[in-house]
Write a protein that binds this ligand. Structure first.
Ligand code: ACO
Length: 332
C-alpha cells in the first residue's frame, strides 16, 4: 500500500512523549544468564544496554506517562482526543485493549480506542491509520502510542534473542494543520516470511510444541531488514516526488546498528542525518521510532520545516515508511 497526502489533508504530529523503564540492563548483566559477552553484542548489534520493566510494570504503565507528555506538548487533554491507537505485540492483556485502558486513564470518554498488531512496524501502521481517519474527517485528534514490553516474551536461556530487545513506549498526538505534515506512507506485509520471527502458541492456533517466547531466524530477518529498509524508503520518496537528498532526518527502526548502517549506506544518507539510539535502548519494537523521534527532539535535530523519513520493519513480516515535513517547534 502506498499513497500521498492530497489537498486539504494536512495532518501532523503536534505532541511527542516517551517513557522507558528505570531498570538499566547492560550486556554484562545478560552475560550472567547466557553465554555471551559485551564484545560480541556490541560488534554484532551495536547495543550496549537496554531498559527492562520491573515485575509490576505493564505496557500501560509506560504508555500513560508518554501519552500525558505528548498531550501536554500538544496543549490538549485526554477528553479532547477522539481516537487512540496503541501499536504493540505485548499489551497489558489480550482484552481489554491497552488503548481502552489508556482511554479510561486519560478520561478520553469519546475516543475510539483499539490495539494494533504489526510487530515492530506497529507504530508506522498506526500513524497511517490515524492519518487516514483524520484526513477523512472521521476523527479530529488522535493519540498514537507505540510500545512494547518484550522482556515478558523473551527466553532468558536463548542468547540469540535475549540480547537484542528492550522495553519502552512513545506517544504522539496527530491533528490537522494548515500546511505540510505527513506527505505519504508506504506499508506492506509478507506473511510467507512470518515464521522467521514468531510466537507460536500465543493465539488460537494449536501447536504441538507451543512456545511462550519469541522465536527468530536472525539471518533471515537480517536479510529481510537490510532489503526492505532501502526498498520501502526509495519507493515512498519516489511516489512523493522526493529524493534522499531532500531528507533532513532519517529515522530507521532501531533493531541493530549493522542493519541501520547498511540501509544508510545504500540509501546514501549522510550519517549526521541518521538517528541512532539502539546502543542505549536495544530494539524496543513498536517503541523504537517514537523513542528515536524523542531523542532527535531532545538533541535539537527535529525542527519545523525539516523533511523526516521514518521506516519500520518487523514481525509479520511487515514494513512501513512515512515521510513528513515536521511542523512543530519542540520544547528544549
Ligand atoms: N552471544 C554470543 N554468540 C552468539 C550470540 C550471542 N548473544 N547469539 C548468537 N551467537 C553465536 C551463534 O550461535 C553463532 O555461533 P556458531 O557460529 O558457533 O553457530 C555465531 O554467534 C554467529 O551467529 P550468527 O547468527 O551468524 O550471527 P550474526 O552475525 O548473523 O548476528 C544477529 C546475529 C545479531 C541476531 C543478526 O542476525 C541480526 O541482527 N539479525 C536481525 C535480528 C533483528 O533485528 N530482529 C528483530 C528485527 S524485527 C523486529 O524488530 C521485531
Amino acid at each position: 500500500m502506498i499513497g500521498t497526502a492530497g489537498p486539504g489533508m494536512q495532518v501532523s504530529i503536534t505532541g511527542l512523549g516517551c517513557k522507558v523503564p528505570d531498570r538499566v540492563v547492560t550486556n554484562a548483566d545478560l552475560a550472567k544468564f547466557v553465554d555471551t559477552s559485551d564484545e560480541w553484542i556490541v560488534e554484532r548489534t551495536g547495543i550496549r544496554e537496554r531498559r527492562m520493566a520491573s515485575e509490576t510494570e505493564a505496557l500501560s504503565d509506560l504508555a500513560l506517562p508518554a501519552a500525558r507528555d505528548a498531550l501536554r506538548q500538544a496543549g490538549v487533554s485526554g477528553p479532547d482526543v477522539d481516537l487512540i491507537i496503541v501499536a504493540t505485540v505485548t499489551p497489558d492483556m489480550a482484552f481489554p485493549s491497552t488503548a481502552a485502558i489508556l482511554a479510561d486513564q486519560l478520561e478520553a470518554a469519546d475516543a475510539a480506542a483499539y490495539d494494533l498488531s504489526a510487530g515492530c512496524t506497529g507504530f508506522m501502521y498506526a500513524l497511517a491509520q490515524a492519518y487516514g481517519m483524520l484526513a477523512g474527517g472521521l476523527a479530529q485528534r488522535a493519540l498514537v502510542v507505540g510500545g512494547d514490553v518484550l522482556s515478558r516474551i523473551l527466553d532468558w536461556d536463548d542468547r540469540s534473542t535475549l540480547v537484542l530487545f528492550g522495553d519502552g513506549a512513545g506517544a504522539v498526538v496527530l491533528e490537522a494543520v494548515p500546511e505540510q505534515g505527513f506527505l505519504g506512507f508506504e506499508l506492506g506485509a509478507d506473511g510467507a516470511g512470518g515464521a522467521s520471527l514468531w510466537l507460536p502458541g500465543s493465539g488460537s492456533r494449536l501447536f504441538d510444541e507451543p512456545d511462550k517466547y519469541v522465536k527468530m531466524n536472525g539471518r533471515e530477518v537480517f536479510k529481510f531488514a537490510t532489503r526492505i529498509l532501502v526498498q520501502s524508503a526509495e519507493d515512498l520518496l519516489s511516489k512523493c516526488g522526493l529524493t534522499i537528498d531532500d531528507v533532513d532526518l532519517y529515522i530507521p527502526h532501531q533493531a541493530n546498528v549493522r542493519i541501520i548502517e547498511h540501509a544508510t549506506r545504500k540509501l546514501g544518507v549522510p550519517s549526521e542525518r541518521v538517528v541512532v539510539n539502539v546502543d542505549r535502548y536495544g530494539n524496543t519494537s513498536s517503541g523504537s521510532i517514537p523513542l528515536a523521534l524523542a531523542d532527535a527532539a531532545a538533541d535539537g535535530r527535529l525542527r519545523p520545516g525539516q523533511l523526516v523519513l521514518m521506516t519500520g520493519m518487523g514481525a509479520g513480516l511487515t514494513w512501513g515508511s512515512a515521510v513528513m515535513r515536521w511542523t512543530k517547534e519542540m520544547a528544549a
